[in-house]
Design a protein around this ligand. Sequence first.
Ligand code: PEP
Length: 259
Amino acid sequence: MGKSRRYLIAGNWKMNIPSSDAGQLIADIVAKIANVTKMDVLVCPPFTSIHSAKNALAGMAGIFLGAQNFYPEKNGAYTGEISAVMLRELGVSHVIVGHSERRIHFSESDKFINSKVRYALASNLIPILCVGETADQRKKGEELAVVTSQLRSGLGGISQADAKKLTVAYEPVWAIGTGETATAEVAQVMHAFIRNLLVDLFGQKAASTVKILYGGSMRPDNAKDLLGQDDIDGGLIGGASLQAGLFADVVKIAGELAD
Ligand code: PEP
């Protein structure tokens, strides 16, 4: 592989796969990727399925457990919310922050997203900061400005040392759950742009360690082209992560590229 960063293939199960099904999905994935090394895999079940997923993963090296959300306070009167400590206690290492579905359906602002990124880092959770433009914004030629603004505000106040622990996901909103994928070339242009922004913010050395995942209808049939790009270090996968065969095939493709 032409890059020093390890691939990360992450599954975002969204509000799918109840606890009763989580163990089986994990077991099916594990059985299919047992021989894949040199890369990392992450599964992000809904909160109530994390425990079953953890049990099913017991002893598997290289497969991490993530959460789809958390609330950036230690504890207290935040009805319905889950803290970073609660996630750590379940063995969670990563958390998705700023997903477009949370920006859209739950009105999460860049300021709130920034507080989550900082809180996650302070709590030893790796934040996966999602950024990406809508179809309308791309049509108007605003995609670079939108991503710049989301990234600069999402990463405000982060030290250079903490920046090295970050993961970023470029998820064009028009490609999420639509079956429409950014071409590898279009995605690479944005990933290189994001890498340059990270260089501006944190310097070359820190920026070169940050994984930038692509998300938006990634599947086995487009994964090779996407993952083969210089600045695409993995995938954040929604729909295809719910089927062990599809998810495992993407993992295998990354494994082959890493060899
Ligand atoms: C996502 O929601 O992060 C995502 C990329 O979904 P999908 O793969 O279904 O487009």
